[in-house]
Design a protein around this ligand. Structure first.
Ligand code: TTP
Length: 239
């Protein structure tokens, strides 16, 4: 409800004809991003006409081309072989998804994840795990900033961080049982959690309250635009 209030507030305070706002919903694997977005899309009648939901293109990763390759599965089965290929395809599908949703007229757009979490969370994790080698990370880095800068639709007005303990996410992942994620360990989720934290909440002690606005700058590290500093909303999701 607090989020609904927040979003309504954000939206109605905007004068007619002003730029559409885009927020990206972030958080660990299985934290509940899709559920959160579906609730907004389906259960909150007043918001339905105001908010366009852009889900993550997971289905595109599970069914590629006429041969129906499952690249998400290939990545988890052989991460060292496919991490770069997978992260490259994740980026490309986000660009396609953004293009498809860019002509919408609803004043608020909520997207599941962003190229920034790809870069700041997953690409870092696979590099640390040595699933991407130095050459591959250099290739990724060499195109990331210039390509993102040339596609302004990929840069959101802010982030909504759904935050829960890695334990909670692990339990939810076990219940969901997505077949590709059988080998995802609590340790891996712990690593992803820490990367979300240092990216979106670089200073600890800001985690209380149902909905708060972090006034803290986002770590820049070359990949975040200064205009989205101070625009991180976060929700505690352990319940
Ligand atoms: P998530 O983006 O975390 O989506 P989800 O469906 O788990 O989210 P929720 O339950 O909160 O709705 O990840 C989808 C899968 O893709 C997951 O196994 C992690 C993997 N993944 C990567 O390995 N690299 C990436 O860059 C991204 C975005 C996802």
């Amino acid at each position: 409800e607090s989020v609904d209030e927040e979003l309504k507030g954000t939206d109605t305070s905007k004068p007619r004809g002003s730029k559409r706002l885009t927020f990206c919903v972030e958080g660990n694997i299985s934290v509940g991003k899709s559920t959160f977005l579906q609730r907004i899309a389906n259960e909150t009648i007043e918001l339905r006409d105001l908010v366009e939901i852009v889900p993550e293109p997971v289905a595109k990763w599970q069914d590629v081309g006429p041969d129906h390759f499952n690249i998400l599965d290939a990545f988890y089965a052989e991460p060292q072989r496919y991490a770069y290929t997978f992260q490259n395809y994740v980026f490309v599908t986000r660009v396609m998804q953004e293009k498809e949703s860019s002509s919408g007229i609803k004043p608020l757009r909520l997207m599941e994840r962003s190229v920034f979490s790809d870069r700041m969370v997953f690409v870092r994790a696979v590099h640390e795990a040595k699933w991407m080698n130095e050459m591959e990370i250099s290739i990724y880095d060499s195109w990331f900033d210039p390509v993102v800068s040339s596609l302004p639709g990929l840069i959101p007005d802010g982030f909504i961080y759904l935050r829960a303990s890695p334990n909670t996410c692990h339990k939810r992942m076990m219940i969901r049982k997505r077949s590709e994620e059988g080998g995802v360990s609590l340790d891996y989720l712990q690593g992803l959690h820490e990367k979300h934290e240092s990216w979106l909440l670089p200073s600890k002690g800001q985690g209380s309250g149902v909905l708060s606005v972090s006034q803290l700058p986002i770590h820049m590290e070359g990949s975040l635009h200064p205009e989205i500093r101070d625009r991180v909303f976060f929700l505690e999701g352990d319940h």
